[in-house]
Each structure stands twice: as C-alpha cells, then as structure tokens.
Design a protein around this ligand. Structure first.
Ligand code: NAD
Length: 440
C-alpha cells in the first residue's frame, strides 16, 4: 500500500542530493502550468463567459451568474446545521485569538538626530480568497482565509469556490454559510484556474484584486504561480502533505490514522513517515490496512495517495538523520512523535506547521487549533510561511530627514553613488547644498 525508502547505512547526502532520494509527486506544479495557461488566457479575454464555460467542463454544471446572490448567503446561514454552526464559531474564535496577536504596529527608528525611518503596515486593498470545493468542500478554508484578512484590516474581501452541481451551481451551502457568518457578501461560484484568473484579470462581474490567497489542488497552485506578479499570492498551497518524524515510542495506530487523514484530501496528497524504528514502520504498514478499509474515500483518494510516488515510509538510522530528512523535504504539515518531541520540534528548520507530540494531530490544526491551515506545499516551506495577518499587509518605510541629518551623511551617499557609476544620484544631494558636499 505504501512503499519504503531505506536510507540507513551510509551517511546521508546533503541538500539537493538528499531531496532527490525523497518521495516526489509524478505530476508537479510545473507540469500543470501548461494545463492552466489556456484557461487563464481565455478568462483574460472573454471574462465571465469563460469562467462559466470552464466551470461547466470541470465542475459539471452550467451557471447563469458567477456572482452568488445575497439571498443565497442568508438562506445558507439560516439553514446551517446548528452543530456545524457551533463548530465553525469555535474555529473562528480560536483563529481570531491567534491571528489578532499577529497584527503589526507602526514603528519608528531614530537613525540619527533629525533622521528617522518609520515602518507602517498597510492592508492590501482588495483580496481574492480561494476556497476549494472539488472533491471535498472546505468551509474551514473560509475561516482560515477570511480571519487573517479581516484581522489585517483588508476592506475588499471576495471569496471564490467551485460551483456544485447538486446545489444549482452555487458553491456548497456550508461554504456560503461560513461566508455569511464572517460577514463576507462578495462570493463567486468559480473554481480552479478560472477562479484565480477571474481575480487576477477581473471580469464584468468581479473587479480585479491585488492578492489571491488560499489552498487548492494542483491547478489552483499552478494558476497562482502563473499569475504571480500581476497579483500577489500567499504561497503555493497545493495538494496536502503530511510528514511524521517518529521513533519507537510512537503509537502506530495514531501514525497510521494521521497518514490516512491527509491522504483523504486528494489522490495527489503526500503521506510520509520518517522513522528510525523498523518495528514502528512494520506496525504502521500493518495498521494502515484495516484503517484504510474502514474509512470512506478509499479508492478515489486514499489508496492512490498512499501508493503514489509522493508517499513512502523512509527508514533512517537515527532521529538525528530523520531531522535532516524532514528539513530537506520541507513538509506542509510535520508531526513529531518522538521521545522529547518538543526538543526535536525546536530543531526543525523547514515545515509549514509543526505538530508536537501525541495530542496535536494535523486534523486539529485543520479545524480548531487556532493555527492557520493554509500552508506551503511542494517544498515551498523552505522559503515561505503559511497564511497569516502578515500575508495581507505591506510594510512601507517612511523616511524623514532634516537638513542637518542629510548634510551629515551626504559625503557617504556621494561616494557610494560614484562607486556605482551613478553620479546623478550624488548630484541630487549636492543640489541641495549649492552643488557641494557639505563639510564634515
Ligand atoms: P479545488 O477547488 O482546489 O479544485 C477544483 C477545481 O479544479 C475545479 O473547479 C476545476 O476548475 C479544477 N480542475 C479539476 N480538474 C482539472 C483539470 N483536469 N484541469 C484543469 N482544472 C481542473 O478542490 P479539490 O480538487 O478538492 O482540491 C482541494 C485541494 O486543496 C486538495 O488537494 C487539498 O489537499 C488542498 N488543500 C491544501 C491546503 C494547504 O494549505 N496546502 C489546505 C486545504 C486543502
């Protein structure tokens, strides 16, 4: 059901050579770029008509209007199951607690007497938040997108999620209800690359946005990569990944359950166990069989995800080597299930989010830990963070110098300008002092 990669024995290689030994998806974001390019171009030229047609092709339903009417949002909230409403409210409450503390304050540094640099944080004006809805529906992703945007102070918040054929082409009612619960009224029935292109280029129904955030499948991640620059993006948050670094103290029942929980997202999801324990590896392999058989999305998602080249049990000689492996892999979600898990977690450098010890499974973070579940995948955790208030802010430096403060530093600026063969840069300062460098 899941393959093994044995890295015991010889010393582990470093960097890219180590990454080459680790599990990798067969179809990656780079390959998906060619699939999404014509979709994005079509939306750019034909607007809503193209969004509707691509939706019909991929989501199997033709809609008359991309914008979701206000009444549909109100109705979805009125009809929401009270238990789901209570769970969403708790998820929102915890997410707000964490994200509110991420707000940035204006800070002024006095560089010299009369010379200051102030950094002020300004929210992005208008954002497009993607909420997946192909194989599963993700009201939790409404929470994870909207809460940090609101806490950052973003004024223009638009949400897009695929049209559902069972719901007259509207996004899933739980998604609409979550939007209504959070006070978001601009919602579009658009999925995949066509939704990202709609946000980036704008259409007759949807004004263009400055930033697109949110998780999605490989096509959503590819469209974000393709249109980055025209729009800002958070990170590529594509098909889910779980890596578990575990030793002999871990419980194979928990390990198997957690691997399956993320394989459940997508046949392209990755589930990777890194362990120095042959016994844990064997017990996890054995445990996967009944647990997979007992769950729901077996044939379409879990089995292909676990059997795919992106998933494996990686055997290492020690937890120390395991740390090197998980750092090279840079998982979206990393669980540490070892003795002294907190100390091991503290040493990890590359991961989207780290879940420490037996009582912090990834599923907790998916819904109700307070942490954000929109996290970088495909190794992007080596250079990017998960979604946060910071994702929706821009830091602007305000430079304020007096005449004396400028005079004091002019000779350095002129010297550096000449060293770069850019004399007009120096002249811009000299012009203020009678075309001379002020005396020190
Ligand atoms: P989705 O909304 O991401 O994708 C559905 C859309 O994909 C469709 O509307 C369609 O437009 C497009 N599509 C489908 N097949 C296509 C094809 N052959 N060519 C072009 N476009 C196509 O929903 P999903 O498929 O359920 O995927 C959700 C994904 O989000 C999963 O992979 C899950 O792992 C991931 N996820 C990631 C995170 C994260 O933070 N990294 C969090 C939650 C979910």
């Amino acid at each position: 059901m899941i393959s093994r990669i044995d890295l015991r024995g010889d010393a582990l290689p470093e960097g890219a050579a180590l990454r080459d030994l680790l599990p990798r998806a067969e179809f990656d974001v780079e390959a998906a770029l060619e699939t999404v390019r014509p979709i994005c171009e079509d939306v750019r030229h034909r607007g809503s008509a193209a969004v509707i047609e691509w939706g019909e092709k991929f989501d199997g339903v033709r809609i008359s209007s991309v914008r979701v009417p206000a009444e549909a949002l109100t109705k979805a909230l009125e009809e929401l199951d009270p238990a789901v409403r209570a769970a969403l409210e708790e998820s929102i409450r915890r997410a707000r607690l964490v994200h509110r503390e991420q707000r940035r304050t204006t800070h002024t540094t006095q560089v010299v007497p009369g010379g200051t640099v102030t950094e002020k944080w300004v929210p992005v004006e208008r954002v497009g938040l993607y909420v997946p809805g192909g194989r599963s529906v993700y009201p939790s992703s409404v929470v994870m997108n909207v809460v940090p945007a609101q806490e950052a102070g973003v004024e223009g918040v638009a949400v897009a999620s695929p049209p559902q054929k069972d719901f007259d082409g509207l996004p899933h009612p739980t998604i609409l209800a979550a939007c209504a619960l959070l006070g978001v009224d601009e919602v579009y029935a658009a999925g995949g690359a066509q939704a990202v292109a709609m946000f980036a280029y704008g259409t007759e129904d949807c004004a263009p946005v400055n930033l697109v955030t949110g998780p999605g499948n490989i096509y959503v991640a590819a469209a974000k990569r393709l249109l980055k620059g025209r729009i800002g993006i958070d990170a590529e948050a594509g098909p889910t990944e779980i890596a578990i670094l575990a030793d002999a103290t871990a419980d194979p029942v928990h390990v198997a359950a957690d691997l399956i929980s993320q394989a459940e997202h997508d046949p392209m999801a990755a589930a990777v166990l890194v362990t120095d324990s042959e016994e844990l590896a064997a017990a996890t392999e054995a445990e996967l069989v009944p647990q997979v058989a007992a769950t729901k999305h077996v044939k379409d998602r879990i089995e292909p995800a676990l059997a795919g080249r992106q998933s494996a049990i990686v055997l290492v000689s020690s937890v120390e080597d395991g740390l090197k492996v998980v750092d090279a892999y840079g998982a979206e979600h990393l669980e540490i299930q070892t003795a002294d898990a907190a100390a091991v977690a503290d040493r990890v450098r590359n991961a989207g989010a780290i879940f420490v010890g037996p009582w912090a499974p990834v599923s907790l973070g998916d819904y109700c830990a307070g942490s954000n579940h929109v996290l970088p995948t495909g190794g992007c955790a080596c250079h990017s963070s998960g979604l946060s208030v910071q994702s929706f802010l821009r830091g602007i430096h305000i430079v304020d110098y007096s005449r004396d403060a400028l005079a004091e530093v002019t000779h350095h600026v002129v010297t550096l300008a000449e060293a770069e063969d850019l004399p007009a840069h120096g002249a811009a300062l000299k012009a203020r002092f009678g075309w001379k460098v002020p005396q020190q």
